[in-house]
Design a protein around this ligand. Structure first.
Ligand code: GUN
Length: 299
């Protein structure tokens, strides 16, 4: 069997960002509207710092306004809620994102639910999760939205009847991914650490989305020949072959094995990762349009 098609998330996200940039220019020219995204970072988590920096840069590159609010890890929950209330009230802020994880003394649910749903560009507020689950217009979590775009690029717009397995049940990826696939009329299974016969569950799937955060957990022989594999995992592992102390990124799927079996697969890095920020920018433009009473943009 031929090797799988490699789904190029870097190129895909660059194309999406270009369309977003063009839409932002149109909104400024025709409506005097400049979408603004506020990102809140609490503490010093190195991975979060990298994400937040990249979000800020790409927001500016797309022609939007970027606001960053960095707070010490010992900020009180009340102070964080006050910050969010201020952002909810600002007219130049159309999207608000609070970077996760938050420190243990803060109740993440309370913080996420304090964000005005119309500005909740992460799609994590219960109003938006409920709207997604019931088939209403909502702001959709960025990583699953990007995964669905790439799936449709490979398989076409009609995913009806496909057997989809989502490996992982997080609020950020697994659960909203399952909702999106269900809305596309897939037959959806959510598998997780307690699932029995996981290998057999995976082997039935036409679409396999892996989002568990365990390096190379899915071997090639768990994959149905010709399946489309979306690997959300970004795991840093030791790479002594590159030299002492060196590391590299791998996904939740053993790529070298899977590429010989799958029909199409996202690489790590360069697959799902770049799509997440592009979808965040897209959500910010959608949120800005809705707040201004304009139709949703075609991006
Ligand atoms: N931390 C890891 N992924 C995400 C995400 O998509 N949104 C937020 N806010 N925090 C994250």
């Amino acid at each position: 069997m031929a090797e799988a098609q490699i789904i190029d998330g870097k190129q895909f996200s660059a194309d999406l960002r270009a369309r977003i940039g063009a839409e932002v220019t149109r909104l400024k020219d025709e409506h005097g509207l400049k979408p603004g995204l506020a990102v809140v970072l609490v503490g010093e988590d190195p991975a979060s710092q990298v994400y937040v920096r990249n979000k800020g840069l790409q927001t500016l590159e797309a022609g939007m306004e970027s606001f960053e609010f960095k707070r010490d890890a010992d900020i009180s929950q009340d102070d964080l809620l006050t910050l969010i209330a201020g952002l909810n009230a600002r007219e130049d802020v159309h999207g608000i994102l609070v970077q996760l994880p938050l420190p243990d003394h803060i109740d993440s649910h309370a913080v996420l639910d304090a964000i005005e749903p119309a500005k909740d560009v992460d799609g994590f507020h219960v109003i938006n999760t409920g709207r997604l689950a019931t088939g209403m217009d909502s702001l959709v979590p960025c990583t699953p939205a990007g995964c669905l775009m790439m799936l449709k690029d490979v398989l076409g717009d009609n995913l009806s009847g496909q057997r989809a397995l989502v490996l992982g049940r997080s609020n950020i990826v697994g659960k909203p991914m399952a909702q999106l696939l269900l809305a596309e009329s897939c037959t959806v299974t959510i598998a997780h650490s307690r699932t029995r016969d996981l290998a057999e569950e995976c082997r039935r799937a036409d679409i396999l989305v892996a989002a568990v955060g365990r390096p190379k957990m899915v071997p090639g022989d768990w994959i149905k020949p010709g399946a489309t594999v979306i690997d959300v995992g970004i795991n840093r592992i030791d790479a002594p072959e590159k030299g002492e102390g060196k590391t590299r990124l791998v996904g939740d799927v053993d790529f070298d094995e899977a590429v010989k079996v799958a029909g199409a697969i996202t690489p790590v890095p360069g697959g799902v990762g770049p799509m997440t920020i592009a979808c965040l920018l897209r959500n910010t433009v959608i949120a800005a349009c809705r707040q201004a009473g304009l139709d949703d943009p075609e991006i």
